[in-house]
Write a protein that binds this ligand. Structure first.
Ligand SMILES: NC(=O)c1ccc[n+]([C@@H]2O[C@H](COP(=O)([O-])OP(=O)(O)OC[C@H]3O[C@@H](n4cnc5c(N)ncnc54)[C@H](OP(=O)(O)O)[C@@H]3O)[C@@H](O)[C@H]2O)c1
Length: 336
């Protein structure tokens, strides 16, 4: 069973957007725990750009297909899929444990798939899985006390925007960093913002939170986030992207160091959605299911999505750096 006209985007060599390349490929049989999904949409995020430029720990070799998130339509079934309630023609959404969603067809492990709520538009939904699960998981790991304060590095980004909303909905006060370009977007969601370009930002956060936030979430790997957080508070690390070009080596050093500090005081926690998807698939699906229903119910604001045709993926990656705050890019696959 060969999927007709299967095409995917690969990164031939690490580097700028021009390293992305669309190619045809033959998709094999799905196998016992997989179903074939005709992908309709795949998000384009900052992690994809990091991987493309060779700055991402989990994507060590060129030749890979970028992208974690996808929305698509189930095209095959089997006994395991039927037991999960997955049927042919169903719209599904998911996040992969290893990149590979910039493709027209995918043999997806059923552990990755969540039925897409009817009320949700495929285009908007495709922008969400990785960021939504990251925001939920980071907040859970941070464990700020009820009514407490949360510091969020990069509070205006896609993850920070969702995290702010989840935290505010729980009665937390959110303080975070952003540039002047994106400050207003974060403030509109309820965050108190300081500029990360001001070298005094940790002091400012300490003052605003009367001695430091009860917990912090960081994606840059900086030690300064500890200065913005109380000694008793947990710092959650989602990435080490503070030094572009050094992301892979910083993550290789910072990841194990964070894991080692899990039970120390002060404590740190590692938030990795790809690891969650691989190791705790049921928990991942539950988080994605619950949060998608909150988006569908209007309790959480989704980003504004701009679509780019699949064949214009190079242009889509070029646009990433200039995307207005609160916006995400989604690749739209040609009709199957
Ligand atoms: N662990 C996981 O499973 C996981 C999953 C998804 C994403 N991530 C990581 O989470 C991070 C956030 O992702 P994202 O997609 O929300 O957005 P992103 O585009 O990587 O980050 C945007 C945010 O960071 C701010 N920022 C930029 N440079 C900064 C600096 N030097 N210091 C502090 N803040 C800075 C931006 O502010 P301005 O726009 O105003 O400059 C914006 O608020 C990324 O590093 C991504 O790789 C991790």
């Amino acid at each position: 069973m060969i999927a007709p006209h299967a095409r995917r985007v690969t990164v031939d060599r690490f580097g700028p957007p021009e390293m992305l390349h669309v190619e045809s490929f033959a998709l094999g049989e799905p196998g016992r725990r997989r179903v074939r999904v005709r992908v309709t949409h795949a998000s384009v995020g900052s992690t994809d750009a990091m991987a493309r430029s060779g700055d991402y720990l989990f994507q060590p070799r060129p030749g890979f297909v970028p992208g974690y998130d996808f929305v698509g339509v189930v095209e095959t079934t089997n006994a395991a899929a039927a037991r999960r309630g997955l049927s042919i023609g169903m719209r599904v959404i998911g996040c992969l444990a290893r990149m590979g969603s910039y493709t027209t067809h995918l043999n997806a492990c059923i552990d990755r798939l969540v039925p897409l709520p009817d009320e949700l538009d495929s285009t908007v939904a495709a922008a969400l899985p990785l960021d939504l699960v990251t925001a939920d998981l980071a907040l859970e790991l941070a464990e700020p006390p009820h009514g407490g304060t949360l510091f969020v590095q990069g509070v205006s980004g896609p993850v920070g925007s969702l995290l702010t909303q989840l935290a505010v909905a729980k009665g937390l006060r959110v303080f975070g960093t952003a540039s002047e370009r994106t400050r207003a977007s974060a403030e509109s969601l309820g965050a108190h913002v300081v500029n990360y370009r001001d070298p005094n930002w940790p002091i400012m956060i300490r003052q605003l939170t009367a001695g430091g936030a009860h917990a912090g979430v960081d994606h840059t790997g900086t030690a300064l986030v500890r200065a913005a957080t109380r000694r008793t508070g947990t710092v959650v690390r989602t990435a080490w992207s503070g030094r572009p070009g050094h992301g892979r080596v910083d993550a290789a050093r910072g990841g194990p160091a964070t894991l080692a500090r899990r039970f120390t005081s002060p404590s740190e926690r590692l938030c990795s959605v790809p690891l969650l998807v691989a190791l705790q698939p049921q928990r991942y699906r539950q988080i994605l299911h619950d949060q998608l229903h909150r988006i569908a119910g209007g309790q959480l604001r989704a980003p504004t999505v701009t679509t780019a045709p699949f064949d214009e993926v190079i242009d889509a990656h070029r646009q990433l750096a200039d995307l207005p705050p609160g916006h995400k890019l989604v690749l739209e696959m040609p009709p199957g």
